[in-house]
Ligand binder design. Sequence first.
Ligand code: F6P
Length: 411
Amino acid sequence: MHSGMTIKDEKLYIVMVGLPAKGKSTIAVRMRDMFNRNDVPTRIFNNGEIRRKYAPLKDTWASAFYSPENTAAVELRKRFTLININRAREYLKKRGQVAILDATNVSRSRRQLIEEHLQDHPILYIECINNDDDIVQLSIQQKIKSPEFAGLSREVALREFKKRIEYYRIIANPLQTERNYIVMDSLHNKVLKEKLHEQLPLYSRIRDCLVTDVVKSLYLIRHTETYYNVEDRIGGDPELTPRGIEHAKALARFFQKKKISYIFTSEKIRTIQTAREIKSLQQNCTIVPLSEFNEINGGICESMSYDEIQRTMPEVYSARKEDKYNYSYPDGEGYATMKERIKIGIKKAFFLNMTPDNIMIIGHRAVNRMILSHFLYRREADVPYIYVPQDKLYHIVATQDRKVFELKKFQ
Ligand code: F6P
């Protein structure tokens, strides 16, 4: 009897809350993986999947399907919710320990429906908020690539999805009366608000998971050789040399058997060209250029060689040598001033990749040093000297319980 009570009390429903494209599924997957790694059987119950499975002929891409005025569709969506609620309950009755309900659940009435039907174990709501415009736009662009929008023009898909979000916004009520909840900034992995009415099982693990950058496998690559590299010139927007293209093809072969869904690059030709080669040997791979990963801006020194800088602007050369981390090029950047945008780039990449598996970033020498320093402790003064070769890549694993750094040859 007593042990039965203990087991029962260790079970938990987690209910995701948030408008579409706010990162709920990414966080649900991160929690599921963390629990399953720790032998806590966990499953995600996603309303979108049920909708796509049971209503394939029902134009669920159309925003009208989400209008609060469309009573038939409201009823249908309620039925899908109930299917998941029942599945989640059954799962916890058997061997499941954590059931994650992944849907918008933005209205109080929807949450009341969940509470009426799930009374056997506590519920923890996790609301995802994220107001970064870029991220929302990029997530919407990814969403409209799903089969639900197949056959529609990009404009129509975009319009309909945005309208869908507006319909959800109309019915949204903030978490307030609910017993247990966490509101989090899903881009910065930051808890904004938390309320706990009772001791919840597994709470510290969940909270820790929410604020940790988890990456099961990050491939950090520097673009291959460019015409500027040959002449030791900095910055600019040069193309790859034939040797650079050869190396990019070698990278592509190296990754051929690994599934890479997204390649995050800078907006510069050299990183995109390297990515295109890798993409060419992948099945379903999208290149996402992010300005956050653009190389350090050399300001008035852009496109000059180190030799030229030393000759024509000796004061710049020596000041940089004196304190490379804190020095900013006139009208340009320094390592210190890049820090914030690089951090945002990493958050965006992790957010958009959806799963913590095989994240690939193709950056530049200074950019990759900053990315490495995000995971690998280095004194600031040492960051601008981290070794970032063009013929090897870094493979990084950083989970709550495992950290690995490897410098690997790819050819
Ligand atoms: O030379 C290639 C490059 O990526 C330049 O574009 C950039 O200015 C430089 O490396 C950064 O390295 P460092 O800070 O050592 O000059």
